[in-house]
Design a protein around this ligand. Sequence first.
Ligand SMILES: *[C@@H]1O[C@H](CO)[C@@H](O)[C@H](O)[C@H]1NC(C)=O
Ligand SMILES: *[C@@H]1O[C@H](CO)[C@@H](O)[C@H](O)[C@H]1NC(C)=O
Ligand SMILES: *[C@@H]1O[C@H](CO)[C@@H](O)[C@H](O)[C@H]1NC(C)=O
Ligand SMILES: CC(=O)N[C@H]1CO[C@H](CO)[C@@H](O)[C@@H]1O
Length: 349
Amino acid sequence: MGAVSRMSAACALAVVAVLLLISSPPAAAAAAPELSVDFHAASCPQLQHIVSYYVEDALQREIAIAAGLIRIFFHDCFPQGCDASVYLNDTAASELRMPPNLSLQPKALQLVEDIRAKVHAACGPTVSCADISALATRDAVVVSGGPSYDVLLGRKDSLAPAREELVLELPSPRSSTIKELLDGFKNRSRGLGEPADLVALSGGHTVGKASCGTFQDRADRQEDTFSKKLKANCSRDSRRLQNLDVITPDAFDNGYYIALTYNQGVFTSDMALIKDPQTRPIVRQYAQDKAAFFNQFAKSMVKLSNVPTLRLDDNNGEIRRNCFASNKAPRVVVQDTTDDEDEGFAASA
Ligand SMILES: *[C@@H]1O[C@H](CO)[C@@H](O)[C@H](O)[C@H]1NC(C)=O
Ligand SMILES: *[C@@H]1O[C@H](CO)[C@@H](O)[C@H](O)[C@H]1NC(C)=O
Ligand SMILES: *[C@@H]1O[C@H](CO)[C@@H](O)[C@H](O)[C@H]1NC(C)=O
Ligand SMILES: CC(=O)N[C@H]1CO[C@H](CO)[C@@H](O)[C@@H]1O
């Protein structure tokens, strides 16, 4: 990820910018409702270059943003499908104010909004915050050393935050039973109910950090040397951030699973993975075989991005002009139109 690839990305952007000047932008074609990898190929050919350029640039300055993006994506997609509902922070019902948010990283949220502004400047308002968040997350996984995977595009942004009951189904780091965790993962047809999905997606912790409050239950149990160290470190500095992968905190690799085989999991939910006979063999497999983890992580991320839309507006949302706020006033009634594919454009007029 050195100067060369940054330069070629910059050149690609320059070339695209020139092309844009000499060709008129494509008409706002009616979008097909099906998601596809090349959904924006005609309307925003430079999309993937723009996203990867700015993600790489941000991660070179601060690698911790990778964990922030992965976590935000999970919190966005898990409750009601990937719709950038978690980004809305201009309403009292904002998901960012709900307990499971565990302080989503403001810098990572802001990065997606900054990239949205670049994409819309280049292509017009044709790409949703949900699509940009999905691409930025995939790029963050790759830049930090993890596997690549295809991202299906063409999603709309929600008009409102997710319902609290759905947000509260996000897995709790204090959860000690695999059954409880799996129940949430497979509930509401989320399609993440295979134990391997739970184990592989927990592997996102390979680059994660957590504040003392989120693992205080484990630290307070003082059940082993590791929990005593966690407690001692938090007593010294309660505002410290604990690495969730204590072996290779900044690299996307299988260090998290290796640490688990030594019972060095930070959350109670991490420890559940190595204690339960259903998930323990999978943890051991990933600890020995990074490729097996990468293979399943890529599959499970695709499944996560396909969690069905549980919104009242189905996928007839909008293309937000600002990821933090809906284009419409809050409380707007979703119109029942026959030509609803372009609602995002209509809404902006
Ligand atoms: C929304 O979040 C962004 C990023 O953290 C922040 O810059 C902005 O001030 C927030 N807006 C509100 C109304 O809280
Ligand atoms: C599963 O969904 C039902 C509603 O369909 C809800 O009442 C229940 O709390 C959910 N369970 C979990 C573990 O998320
Ligand atoms: C506790 O802090 C020490 C000193 O900063 C550090 O070396 C150690 O890795 C920390 N323990 C854990 C479990 O992270
Ligand atoms: C970033 C953010 O808004 N974090 C909030 C998450 O929710 C807790 C309480 O549920 C708030 O205290 C945080 O400010």
